[in-house]
Design a protein around this ligand. Structure first.
Ligand SMILES: Nc1ncnc2c1ncn2[C@@H]1O[C@H](COP(=O)(O)OP(=O)(O)OP(=O)(O)O)[C@@H](O)[C@H]1O
Ligand SMILES: [Mg+2]
Length: 285
């Protein structure tokens, strides 16, 4: 694989919702293996950008390429292949609560398989062994037979990561993966993402709402404001002026300090329209 392959390229991408422009003419290139944190105020367009990358929603303008192929134009089975290569985890985990943990993890393998074997609902011994191994790596194999809904938030997010890994992705997108977790669980989840990134060379792009987390874990930080990229650099480049640019000139010193140091448990209100049917729901379970 050449150094330039498996690059994720976002070229002039805009997304409008009615008159509201959520993402405005963004161009960024993310080489294979980077661990990228996206920061910005609520409504800056972070989730919209991630959703366009794995095609939960489509850009209004512009193109997205991966490894030279235009993923923003894919339809049918090539689109499903891209969504397999580009796994996504969410703030609210999106597990099927009454199914056991192991089955939830195996669901990550669904789109690798034929429709017939999916209909029969059968997983091979190898797939089950891989799912257990994924759970072991995240230190939650002992929960394999419990209904996923009975696990703590931190454990559920680790199950969601194990499910994503069963997709054997090339890119892992995470939309505020620790926003619902206490600091200890947040650390376990971020450590897992870092491990996946460094050990497997999987590109990780994660929206984060605290600067200290972005600084501690990401090699590259992209700051968004009002749908645009207003900062793109390493953690050391993110000085107080850059923070003000990202969070707005009107951000008070207290707000900036909060963004820098907050480790509090935060459950942010979700936008119903964007958190609804577009997220994988595994109908039928
Ligand atoms: N499905 C949708 N329908 C209409 N407007 C939407 C939809 N999804 C997002 N928006 C709007 O697009 C803008 C960007 O929203 P987005 O969810 O991407 O922001 P964000 O940076 O992820 O915010 P947060 O930090 O609160 O998660 C907001 O003004 C939002 O209201
Ligand atoms: Mg968001």
């Amino acid at each position: 694989m050449s150094a330039s392959s498996a690059t994720l390229e976002i070229r002039g991408v805009t997304r409008r919702f009615g008159k509201n422009t959520a993402v405005s003419d963004i161009t960024i290139s993310i080489p294979r293996g980077q661990m990228v944190g996206i920061i910005g105020r609520s409504g800056a367009g972070k989730s919209t950008l991630l959703r366009m990358i794995n095609r939960l929603i489509d850009p209004s303008q512009g193109s997205i390429f991966f490894d030279g192929a235009e993923v923003s134009r894919l339809q049918g089975s090539p689109l499903r292949r891209w969504q397999r290569d580009c796994a996504m985890i969410f703030q609210q985990f999106n597990l099927v609560p009454r199914l056991d943990v192991l089955t939830n993890v195996l669901l990550g393998r669904l789109n690798h398989r034929s429709t017939v074997s999916n209909l029969l609902g059968m997983f091979t011994r190898t797939e089950c062994a891989e799912a257990v191994a994924a759970l072991e790596r995240l230190d939650i194999a002992r929960t394999a037979l419990q209904p996923a809904g009975t696990l703590s938030g931190g454990q559920q997010q680790r199950v969601a990561i194990a499910r994503a890994m069963m997709q054997q992705p090339k890119v892992l997108l995470a939309d505020e993966p620790i926003a619902s977790l206490d600091p200890l669980n947040a650390k376990v989840v971020m450590d897992s993402l870092r491990e996946i990134n460094s050990r497997e060379g999987i590109t990780v792009v994660t929206n984060l709402h605290t600067l200290d987390t972005a600084r501690a874990y990401c090699t590259r930080i992209i700051g968004m404001a009002a749908g645009r990229v207003v900062f793109d650099g390493g953690p050391d480049d993110l000085d107080r002026d850059a923070v003000r640019t990202v969070y707005g000139a009107d951000a008070s010193g207290a707000e900036i300090s909060e963004a820098i140091t907050s480790t509090s448990v935060t459950i942010k209100p979700k936008i119903t329209a964007s958190a609804g049917p577009l997220e994988p729901a595994f109908p039928g379970y």
